[in-house]
Design a protein around this ligand. Structure first.
Ligand SMILES: [Zn+2]
Length: 232
């Protein structure tokens, strides 16, 4: 009987092997939250394949200098229903929800890098609106790009902080969207490893561009602040 290929994992920020380890070895509450995160990740796997855009037609995207992105931030209200309730649109001031405001700023910083340095208008190179949902799931320990939007968990507060805490996490995940539109490599094996490393580099570049740092000045640390000081 021919072997079936392993399922293609969604490009979530925390890899499943790390969550598996927590689910197996950590104490009860941490373990349960990691297992719950894995279950949610498996549920949205199929959804992501369905939502993933086809590779671009090969026609060069047109560059229009719009000067700003088009962002929409939603609050999923600790459910897994997407996108949730719209809480902040482009041009509106901060709403005093840390996760929502960080997501808004980081989506903007990522758009800004691609716009200013690569003359690319958004994920698809054609002005795609940038949508993010915060407060996804309950104690959900991950963030992901589902093919059309960004999704952020609050973290469990014990091992993981909120997933909007580091701008390069958002830069990393949105770069999955850029790669989907440009090349569409399979997210596993060697192409999956290449995919992840390219996203890490662009995540770091988003942070450097935002902080106006040179490569020498940058710390090149992806996801700073995401982990708490938790020890097993
Ligand atoms: Zn990734």
């Amino acid at each position: 009987m021919p072997l079936r290929p392993p399922p293609i994992l969604p490009p979530s920020f925390v890899p499943p092997y790390l969550l598996d380890r927590l689910a197996e070895r950590a104490s009860a509450p941490v373990s349960a939250r990691a297992a719950n995160t894995l279950m949610i990740d498996r549920e949205h796997r199929g959804l992501r394949e369905f939502l993933a855009p086809r590779v671009s037609s090969g026609v060069a995207p047109s560059y229009t200098k719009r000067g700003s992105p088009e962002r929409k931030i939603y609050n999923a209200g600790n459910t897994t229903q997407l996108p949730g309730k719209l809480v902040r649109s482009e041009g509106q001031t901060a709403i005093k929800d840390v996760a929502a405001d960080e997501a808004y700023d980081a989506l903007g910083a990522t758009w800004r890098l691609y716009h200013d340095i690569y003359e690319r208008d958004s994920i698809d190179g054609a002005g795609m609106p940038l949508t993010g949902s915060v407060h996804y799931g309950k104690d959900y320990d991950n963030a992901f790009w589902n093919g059309t939007q960004m999704v952020f968990g609050d973290g469990d507060g014990e091992v993981f902080n909120r997933f909007t805490i580091a701008v390069d996490i958002i830069g990393h995940e949105l770069t999955h969207g850029v790669i989907d539109h440009e090349a569409g490599p399979v997210s596993q094996g060697q192409s999956g490893a290449l995919n992840e490393s390219i996203c890490d580099v662009f995540g770091a570049l988003v942070k450097q561009h935002l902080l106006k740092q040179t490569a020498q000045q940058a710390d090149w640390l992806v996801g700073a602040g995401l982990f708490t000081s938790w020890t097993r």
